[in-house]
Ligand binder design. Structure first.
Ligand code: PGA
Length: 251
């Protein structure tokens, strides 16, 4: 009932030629794949050329961030309308690197989620605990708090647009993947939380991705979990062969 959804977060990687080549390579490698929703999220400046390289394919385009205002004096920021202009479907919001490196707050993330949904784009809301929070037994309270605050004011109907990504910060870019059991435990907690915050229908329909050193060799194990509906992929999403292999494993 929940269609698997795998997204590549390219972060601050690639260059103009590399972004086009990666997108074109994926479009070719994944031609005919219809049982998995696939998206790539390149840096802002390459969105347009990646959109061109993906034309005619089923791979969707996503942005890595957005600003919540419509337009105006916000130097350096990008609006939802601009992302729609370059054919984006998804926007990653509240990635841990934006929370912990750039300093985004839950309040800002919530404004972004609301603006993304209002614009007709679809947010991928990220949540995840730091290693010291996990070791202190705070995983559930940290993740639940980020999700509650990130989704404040979002209605059950609007939740149809939302994907949640559980990304334990200690697993991102470290090669240290959460075990399938660790991922499932948090994903099940998130689904239960959505049931409490909304209703059973929202809990059952919302896709929850796992992110953090996901790669071809652990894709099947992670995706075998009942509540893991997809992956948000960093490093392995930068190689056509690896990303395509992950999607084909799931398809
Ligand atoms: P990683 O990144 O796959 O390189 O660990 C995942 C993410 O941050 O989305």
């Amino acid at each position: 009932m929940r269609k698997p959804f795998i997204a590549g977060n390219w972060k601050m990687n690639t260059d103009a030629a590399g972004a086009s080549a990666l997108a074109a390579g994926l479009a070719k490698a994944l031609a005919g794949v219809t049982t998995v929703d696939v998206a790539v999220c390149p840096p802002f400046v390459y969105l347009q050329r990646v959109a061109e390289a993906l034309a005619g394919s089923t791979i969707r385009l996503g942005a890595q961030d957005v600003y919540f205002e419509d337009n105006g004096a916000f130097t350096g920021e990008i609006s939802c309308a601009m992302l729609k202009d370059v054919c984006c479907t998804y926007v990653i919001v509240g990635h841990s690197e934006r929370r912990h490196v750039i300093g985004e707050t839950d309040a800002l993330i919530n404004k972004k989620v609301a603006a993304v949904i209002a614009s007709g784009l679809q947010p991928i809301l990220c949540a995840g605990e730091l290693l010291e929070e996990r070791e202190a037994g705070k995983t559930e309270s940290v993740v639940a708090g980020q999700i509650r605050k990130g989704l404040a004011g979002i209605t059950a109907e609007q939740m149809a647009a939302v994907t949640i990504a559980y990304e334990p910060v200690w697993a991102i870019g470290t090669g240290r993947t959460a075990t399938a059991a660790q991922a499932q435990e948090v994903h099940a907690m998130i689904r239960e939380l959505l049931g409490e915050m909304y209703n059973e229908r929202v809990a059952a329909q919302t896709r929850i991705q796992y992110g953090g050193s996901a790669k071809p060799s652990n894709t099947a194990e992670l995706m075998a979990n009942a509540d893991v509906d997809g992956l948000l992929v960093g490093g392995a999403g930068l190689k056509v062969d690896d990303f395509a292999a992950m999607i084909k494993t799931v398809a």
